[in-house]
Design a protein around this ligand. Structure first.
Ligand code: ADP
Ligand code: MG
Length: 240
């Protein structure tokens, strides 16, 4: 039987060197990210802040190996991802990264425990191991009593806690959250923020895209994006 519990683990290091991402060609070309050079250290808790359309989700998708840059290089723990084929990229993503989205992205027809157990199936866990792990994780996020509820029977805050349990099911060492509290009532926010902080405390690298200044304020580092240009506020995080 595999160990169901959350282990301390070293976070992921990401290096971006002159990374750009544009969409379309010629006159219709939109530069979503322009010449971003950045090091994200293992154990960073980083906020990414910027207006709508500034490139935040584009950056998160590159960091999450869901997309490839148009120019420049990125490496994960020193390993350049440009040279990996789609299969290798997918495997690295499944083994390393957990995503949390504003709109949860849960399977509506499945229970909380089924949603959390799902990524473990692709990772080759047996049914018994998957459900033991999912039950443990739901207990960790305060939902032991709601394991058999479907998302439609849960509040927004509870749904996001299910999504967070799913994000860490594979022992992800990098958590990428895109406006994780954007669809939540203020009373649900605190629980979600506390969970993201707990993941950071357990050693994971955590990157949070947010409009919420209160969330940005609890992060160690803050990137601001405007029209695809990334700047880091100095005097509070690490220089890169
Ligand atoms: P944010 O998350 O900050 O709102 P995005 O990263 O989603 O911004 O988008 C940055 C820019 O890239 C915007 O101008 C957006 O319209 C454009 N963009 C994003 N995705 C695509 C796409 N798949 N095709 C064309 N343009 C896109
Ligand atoms: Mg976005």
């Amino acid at each position: 039987m595999r160990d169901a519990t959350i282990r301390m683990a070293r976070g992921v290091r990401l290096d971006l060197v002159h990374v750009s991402r544009w969409y379309g060609e010629g006159q219709a070309r939109i530069a979503a990210l322009r010449d971003v050079s950045l090091v994200i250290h293992p154990g960073d808790l980083m906020a990414v802040v910027g207006p709508s359309g500034s490139g935040k989700s584009t950056l998160l998708q590159l960091l999450g190996l869901l997309d490839r840059s148009s120019e420049g290089a990125m490496s994960v723990d020193g390993r350049e991802v440009g040279g990996l084929d789609d299969r290798a990229l997918t495997r690295l993503r499944l083994e390393t990264i957990g995503f949390v989205f504003q709109r949860f992205h849960l399977l509506m027809g499945q229970t909380a425990i089924e949603n959390v157990a799902l990524p473990l199936e692709a990772a080759g866990w047996s049914v018994g191991e998957r459900y033991a792990r999912a039950a443990y994780l739901l207990d960790q996020v305060g939902l032991a009593h709601r394991m058999l509820a479907t998302p439609s029977q849960l509040s927004g805050g509870q749904r996001q806690r299910v999504a967070i349990a799913r994000a860490i099911a594979n022992d992800a060492r990098l958590i990428l959250a895109d406006e994780p509290t954007g669809a939540l009532h203020s009373e649900d926010k605190a629980g979600v923020v506390a969970l993201l902080q707990a993941m950071h405390a357990s050693g994971k690298t955590v990157v949070i895209v947010t409009h919420d200044e209160q969330i940005a304020a609890i992060c160690d580092r803050r990137l601001d994006i405007r029209d695809g240009l990334v700047t880091e506020a100095t005097g509070r995080g690490r220089a890169t």
